[in-house]
Design a protein around this ligand. Sequence first.
Ligand code: SF4
Length: 284
Amino acid sequence: MPVNDDVDAVRERSDSDERAMNPADSDGSQQSTAGDGSQPSTATHTLPINELFHSLQGEGKLAGVPTVFVRTSGCNLRCWFCDSYHTSWEPTHATMSLEEIVSTVEQYTQTTHVVVTGGEPLIHDDIVPLLGRLDEQGYHTTVETNGTIYRDAPIHLASVSPKLASSTPTAATDPNGDGEWADRHERDRIDFEALARLVDAYESQLKFVVTGRDDLPEIEEIVEGVRARTDSHVRDTDVLLMPEGTTRAELNETRRTVAELAAEHGYRYTPRIHVDVWNDAPGT
Ligand code: SF4
């Protein structure tokens, strides 16, 4: 049963307070508050948190595993289909200290799995000490990332989701209707150096959100591009095809095509269990 009550611990601040206390650029990233270069105690670190809840991991190699989700706010990309709109297009302005995050995670005693997701969690400096604290406490950490940023941190599974051309918010697909982010999104969405570093450093999965058959040539191009730059063996079963859709009705449109593509090409199909079970309910 998904639980979302602990997000009450998130302290809401006004937009002006947030900007004054945590200078951030338009991607919503947050730099460490240790202005003198020293490493202060984690109690002084904060992260923008959109929600913190317990549910089942819905996607990927660990699908079905009870998991605590820490969803950060802020992203350097703007996929038109983003399933966490309030972390990218309209990021919330709420923060939690690392102490608050860890103590809230510890309340869910039924699991030792934590997913750090977003948004793009790796844009924030303080994600590194958070992952360090969770590792020290014995948690298995999965980081859900778009693969454009590398961080050296205790990550047990890097769930890397490169964004395809079909994700670009054109004027026709942009939820704001103006296509303002299209050029930046298109410029930044693939970074082969970051992808290869993530795959080399961590156990990983390459998870693609697939809108239809037209996405396959680009997926194969990206997989081969990563393989050419990494010393790691990227198996076909490390490549996950996931149907685009944030509601059961939308998944019904894409699920079969994506499953057939996976079977045809030897890749792994991943469901979206949370959508199948809870549809688009928040906190799942
Ligand atoms: S990279 Fe992820 S969080 Fe960022 S806009 Fe795309 S789907 Fe949303």
